[in-house]
Design a protein around this ligand. Sequence first.
Ligand SMILES: [Zn+2]
Length: 299
Amino acid sequence: MMNTVHIDLCPVCANNNCPETLICKDHLVTGELFSVHRCSKCNFAFTQNFPCEEEIGKYYDAPEYISHSDTHQGFINSLYHQARKISLKSKTKMASKYSSETAETLLDIGSGTGYFLNAMRRKKWIVTGIEKSETTREYAHKKFGLNIQDSEYLFKMPDRTKDVVTMWHVLEHIEKLNDTMANLHRILKDDGVLFVALPNKKSADAIAYKEHWAAYDVPRHLWHFSPDDFKQFAEKHNFKIEKMKPMYFDPFYIAMLSEKNKGTSTASLAGLFKGSLFFIQSLFNTRRCSSIIYILKKK
Ligand SMILES: [Zn+2]
């Protein structure tokens, strides 16, 4: 019997009425079904009965899990890698633009293979990374000479020491949601800035694909935010949202994967086409974007 985590109270507002809203499939590894529940009060959603920290490892055990690997095989992957180059540039720019002039210390949580940290180090930032996978930490060390810490490090770091903390599509994977956010507030300097990139369950593509939407990504994604419930969550932890930025490539990538989940035979083509429609919508309204970068400061 697998050890799972059952959520009784909404992790954002503590409401106890969170009925099932969707049943999603793990399309990447096991084909198992997981239900997504939604809080009746604040609309925050979460994957119910997800595998605990000790057992979730096997659900990441896929060569396609490209955020953690460097494979260039396949059409979708090669597009992904091109897009990653461009978005890497925009992330490094953003970190400088929104932080104070004297900012120099940066922590990237879920630093993966280390590309972002390496790019920031080349811009003279003093960088620290946290990554839970030991294999991935070793990869980042071999490839870039980066010394990456394990997950526990966040809770041991001294108060008010970081100018910038980044989490690029990571918070939705972390079991200790509230503890993590509280510690981010603790380790940030008073004028520090926090970047959190998250899929948006109220995006045009999420609404269109419903349970096939690839960014539900159960059971790897535990938490499913929209701009409204993320704002409430941020404020609960004494952060305010300074700005929301769209991630322009995600609608294409997510639409291609979602088409594949639906069983569309020409998934990549269909996904590219529909992705362009979602992309166009997101140009007019960031709140409809597939993924959003939230830029937060302390209240
Ligand atoms: Zn709630």
